[in-house]
Design a protein around this ligand. Structure first.
Ligand SMILES: [Cu+2]
Length: 340
């Protein structure tokens, strides 16, 4: 069955084999908010998978947590391959604690995709960080995307402080989402989008949590070129982009307006940390030629050029991690305590 599936694909397709684990770790989401998560390779967002359209991908997923999980590869078609769709009790039994499941798929849909757990999605995806990006480069890029000089991935999500340390609880109707983030960091722990003048930046927005977002780029229009990975027949310009759970939009921004501009969720309640403004889903477009004023909120920021996976996306194909996204292991700590 597997041989038959792969025989249908062209000889030039690359083969990738990745190892992923799911770990119980604690990440720092906002000042004063650390959060227990089930983290792919111990980090949120999970590692970036970057492949080409038509590539064959094998992922061995080992569950080192105390609850069952799966991985759904959101956007792929899985032609004649539905058992790899990652839905418990529909396409496979869930991966129990300590078990490994091997997923095999063809990157049969190009563009901005993502992966997430499909067990108790309200909690595991909604507030436990079980998500990561997939970028599938198309065989035939559009003229617009060939202009891009810098790629940026922004995964938006929310958090419920009441359930930060309560695995197995939270994220049901009536519970309160009071923290918001870009790539699992709330302002001011988020990072600037640092650009050179005349850069052509593509932002790949991914609605990873359960909220609706309205990202607004001050000083710049965004040309929306792709929806859910697919090129739009008529790209359109916006300065505020509305997107909801599971959705992806690719936006191309011409960086032709030097200075510093906030880039934030325009859902007003999404720019707080708990009850305090400012926070949440905020970043800042920083042109490199802008002077660092004394009063600038991110003056002398500890800058991570790969916070939006921009550096990783330049490195070719494979699986990419970012140490900044890693959490502190919880199980180890428990074992340590027992030992004493
Ligand atoms: Cu899960």
């Amino acid at each position: 069955m597997v041989a038959l599936l792969f025989a249908a694909f062209p000889a030039w397709a690359a083969k990738h084999e990745f190892e992923m684990t799911i770990e119980e770790v604690k990440i720092q989401v906002a000042p004063g908010l650390s959060y227990n998560v089930f983290a792919f390779n111990g980090q949120v967002p999970g590692p970036l998978l970057h492949v080409r359209e038509g590539d064959e991908v094998t992922v061995h997923v080992t569950n080192n947590t105390s609850l069952a999980h799966t991985v759904h590869w959101h956007g792929l078609y899985h032609h004649d391959n539905w058992r790899n769709d990652g839905v418990p009790a529909v396409s496979q039994p869930a991966i129990e604690p300590g078990d490994t499941f091997t997923y095999r798929w063809i990157a049969d849909k190009p563009g901005t995709l993502w992966y997430h757990c499909h067990v108790n999605v309200n909690e595991h995806v909604g507030i436990r960080g079980m998500w990561g990006p997939i970028v599938v480069d198309p065989k035939t890029p559009t003229a617009l995307e060939q202009r891009v000089t810098k790629d940026v991935i922004m995964m938006l999500s929310g958090w419920e402080s009441e359930f930060a340390d309560k695995f197995g609880e939270g994220s049901v109707p009536g519970t309160v989402v009071d923290f918001f983030s870009i790539n699992a960091k709330a302002f001011p722990l988020s990072q600037p989008l640092r650009v050179k003048r005349d850069d052509v930046v593509r932002v790949r927005f991914i609605g990873a949590g359960g909220e609706i977002h309205a990202m607004h780029s001050h000083g710049h229009d965004m040309l929306i070129t792709h929806k859910d990975g697919l090129p739009l027949p008529a790209p359109y310009a916006v300065d505020t982009l509305l997107f909801g759970p599971g959705e992806r939009y690719d936006a191309i921004i011409d960086m032709s307006n030097s200075g510093r501009f906030i880039f934030h969720d325009h859902v007003d309640k999404h720019v707080v940390n708990g009850s305090k403004f400012p926070g949440g889903a905020i970043t800042i477009i920083e042109y490199e030629d802008t002077p660092q004023d004394d009063w600038y909120v991110w003056r002398d920021k500890d800058y991570d050029p790969d916070f939006f996976y921009s550096e990783s996306l330049r490195k070719g194909y494979g699986m990419f991690e970012n140490p900044r996204f890693k959490g502190e292991p919880l199980q180890q700590r428990r074992r340590h305590r027992k030992a004493r």
